[in-house]
Design a protein around this ligand. Structure first.
Ligand SMILES: Nc1ncnc2c1ncn2[C@@H]1O[C@H](COP(=O)(O)OP(=O)(O)OP(=O)(O)O)[C@@H](O)[C@H]1O
Ligand SMILES: [Mg+2]
Length: 244
């Protein structure tokens, strides 16, 4: 579904990604974990066309998207929930979502899985607060709107950059519940997450990133028990970020 090949990217003279290769299979849920500054967000931006790529390729369903602008990637079923959400604070929940809904319809009219009704079932808060300005919502509520907005683009691959950061455990649980449901319906998920405990809950496999490289890949039991292996977690993530 998604293949990233030998990706090199950076900012000006600073090289941040050094030949990153990875893939997400159809309907697979994959995590990327790694300490602060490892290059996770830079990778997300490169995949979504929001950051510069100096070398390498981004391929979705056998189509090379490397030189496509960000807005064109939505047509290929990629939607992203960015690290800082980037909602329009002065607009209401409904206004933010309607914009995405229109884009989604234009992108993938044959595949309208996420209707307004479905979104309200997934996140009842959205129906209740639809006329509220985004800036008046809590961080957790805003995160739900950000996920809903991504879904209205009708993706088959949802990329989330640290969706749990700064949120109360109860809200994280609610969001994980929704993501687990989407995954069981076959949605591809690429989850960037520093909290391994959260990532393990909804993904089958993970890449560990450090200093702009993939330094380890964990799947199956190794991934499910990643945190139990202190040596592994400490070596790749450092004690502080490995803990939950
Ligand atoms: N816009 C930018 N301009 C210059 N350097 C940047 C920019 N964004 C990130 N960097 C640098 O690139 C490196 C990787 O940053 P990135 O944000 O990709 O890491 P990250 O793994 O997402 O970290 P975090 O867990 O804190 O979100 C860091 O050294 C950072 O200082
Ligand atoms: Mg980041």
């Amino acid at each position: 579904m998604l293949a990233i090949k030998e990706l090199t990217a950076g900012y000006g003279q600073l090289r941040v990604l050094h030949g990153v290769s990875m893939h997400v299979g159809k309907g697979e849920a994959v995590a990327i974990v790694g300490a602060n500054g490892a290059g996770k967000t830079t990778l997300v931006n490169a995949v979504c066309g929001l950051g510069p790529v100096t070398q390498g390729r981004v391929i979705k369903d056998d189509v090379d998207l490397t030189s496509d602008a960000a807005h064109r990637r939505g047509r290929h079923g990629i939607a992203v929930v960015l690290e800082n959400r980037r909602l329009f604070g002065e607009m209401t929940v409904q206004e933010n979502l309607r914009l995405a809904e229109e884009h989604g319809r234009a992108y993938r009219s044959a595949n309208l899985q996420f209707t307004w009704q479905r979104i309200c079932e997934l996140f009842p808060l959205i129906a209740e607060r639809r006329r509220t300005r985004i800036e008046l919502l809590s961080g957790g509520q805003q995160q739900m709107v950000a996920i809903a907005r991504a879904l209205l683009l009708q993706p088959d691959l949802l990329i989330l950059d640290e969706p749990s950061t700064g949120l109360a455990p109860k809200i994280v649980k609610e969001i994980l519940h929704v993501l687990r449901g989407l995954r069981s319906e076959g949605m591809g998920i690429l989850l960037i997450e520093q909290n391994v405990g959260v990532a393990v809950e909804i993904t089958d496999r993970a890449y560990v990133m450090a200093l702009g490289r993939i330094v380890h890949e964990a799947a199956g039991t190794e991934w499910q028990t990643f945190l139990n292996d202190e040596r592994l977690a400490a070596a790749y993530l450092g004690k502080a970020s490995a803990g939950i």
